[in-house]
Design a protein around this ligand. Structure first.
Ligand SMILES: *Cc1c(COP(=O)(O)O)cnc(C)c1O
Length: 467
């Protein structure tokens, strides 16, 4: 233990907040963080230095040395603050719809559309009459055209859509749901909970693995207002199973004068089985089978911004539009513009315009070619000591869609003679922009399926800087 007097004399050398704020580092931080927040960071940095001194950690004792130490601490604290801000990343995980990484990356057109309406726009203004207009009527046209539904409305996300439908059409009554569909989709979306929140009472039907049409028929007492079918998304019941077709359920519902509502969550606007994505319902099929209302997400397989779309019969959609809750659940101009641009792409051709579809459509040979090309560019430069090879593997659809589907891919497998896999992963995650990878069997794996070609140069830089 050092003598307290030593520590006391060092403590006297610790700079004041004002002194620290006059340093070059601190002046830069003031410019980025503002004077008030920078002063707070300076105070925190000085507290840390004071702690180090009194715990007699060897941090030097000269006035200049302590000032530099404090500036360093302040820069670290500011960096930590900045790390928590919302920022773009390069997704090398191979999970196409990665909920933690913001789900569907927006198309170029959708990004431009957001920019265009960022200022004033025709959100509720009809250019033809010069008067107040409907909110983005073209979106409803696009959805009805693409799904075959009579009408549609857009809310904040699919959870909001389900809550809205159940509140308006089932509150105070009962909702019949198969026991096999009482699932948790992830991120706290649980079918029984949403039902309870909406004020509807759950009427469980059938068993976990088998629910027949007769089970539904028996469950329909006078209180049941809605038959709810839920697409189990990231969960599958396989083996000895049974459930009636949507058309059979529609017939039963309508014979009893109640609604058939299907929550398909991800769903898809077009059949994606050609890309190996099987088992995902197509919205137009559900509408054609007789569902009165269908809800699905905007940012899953559809490939747009976060939104929940409700499509179905006009009189039902009109009731939703007039309901006071709509005001609380509706989306803003930025989302509407991005959604409109995304939906418009479905008229023209989606593979080249919508990133999610383009990524699903990539063949493993295409990915191998890009991986080999990228690898050659790295070995041409200064590779440091990072070793990279190309191995085969699989990508995932993600977003609770097609959980049993693996898409064949090729991966860049990284290993390092001195750094652990965790060390390499962390270094990539700390680069600018951050590169997000995964670790398997002690190796860091990068999947180019989810990397836009335009991002490759930055990825190469990040890899080159690991030495
Ligand atoms: C994903 C999903 C939801 C929730 O959708 P969000 O858009 O994330 O709110 C609801 N229902 C099903 C069936 C889903 O797959």
């Amino acid at each position: 233990m050092p003598k307290p007097s030593t520590s006391n004399s060092v403590l006297r050398n610790i700079p004041s907040v004002d002194e620290l704020l006059r340093s070059k580092t601190a002046r830069r931080i003031v410019g980025e963080a503002g004077a008030t927040h920078a002063a707070e960071l300076a105070r925190r940095a000085l507290d840390a230095v004071r702690r180090d001194v009194s715990e007699s950690r060897d941090i030097g004792s000269s006035r200049q040395g302590l000032l530099e130490k404090a500036a360093e601490r302040m820069a670290e604290a500011w960096q930590l603050d900045r790390d928590t801000r919302l920022q773009g990343v390069i997704n090398c995980t191979g999970v196409v719809i990665h909920t933690n990484l913001g789900r569907a990356p927006l198309s170029h057109e959708a990004q431009l559309a957001i920019r265009e309406v960022s200022g004033y726009c025709t959100l509720e203004y009809d250019l033809r009459t010069g008067r107040r207009g409907k909110r983005a009527p073209s979106i409803e046209d696009l959805i009805t055209e693409l799904t075959g539904a009579e009408a549609a409305i857009v809310v904040n996300n699919c959870a909001a859509a389900a809550f809205f439908v159940l509140t308006v059409f089932a509150a105070g009554g009962e909702v019949a749901v198969s026991r096999g569909e009482l699932v948790e989709i992830g991120g706290d979306f649980r079918v029984p909970d949403i039902l309870a929140e909406s004020g509807a009472i759950l009427r469980e039907v059938g068993t976990t693995n088998r629910t027949k049409l007769d089970d539904y028929a028996e469950a329909l007492n006078d209180e049941v207002r809605v038959i709810l079918r839920v697409h189990p998304s990231n969960y599958r019941i396989i083996g000895f199973t049974a459930s009636p077709s949507l058309a059979e359920l529609a017939e039963l519902a309508h014979k009893n004068g109640i609604l058939l509502y299907e929550d398909i969550g991800s769903g898809a606007l077009i059949d994606l089985s050609g890309y190996g994505v099987v088992g995902e319902p197509v919205v137009s099929d559900s509408i054609a089978a007789g569902a009165d209302l269908v809800t699905f997400s905007g940012d899953k397989l559809l490939g747009g911004p976060q939104a929940g779309i409700i499509a179905g019969r006009r009189e039902l959609i009109d009731r939703l539009r007039r309901h006071p809750l709509y005001r609380a659940l509706r989306v803003d101009k930025l989302i509407l513009s991005a959604l409109e641009a995304t939906l418009s792409a479905y008229r023209i051709g989606v593979e080249r315009t919508i990133p999610v579809i383009g990524m699903l459509a990539l063949r493993k040979e295409d990915i191998h070619e890009r991986a080999a090309n990228l690898l050659s560019q790295i070995t041409q430069g200064e590779t440091g000591t990072l070793e990279i090879e190309i191995v085969s593997g699989s990508s995932a659809v993600g977003g609770g869609a097609a959980p049993s589907v693996d898409l064949d891919t090729y991966l860049l497998a990284l290993s390092h003679p001195t750094l652990s896999a965790e060390g390499v992963e962390r270094a990539l995650r700390s680069s600018t922009p951050p590169v997000i990878s995964r670790i398997e069997n002690e190796r860091v794996l990068l999947d180019l399926r989810t990397v836009a070609p335009a991002e490759e140069p930055v990825l190469i830089e990040a890899l080159r800087s690991i030495t």
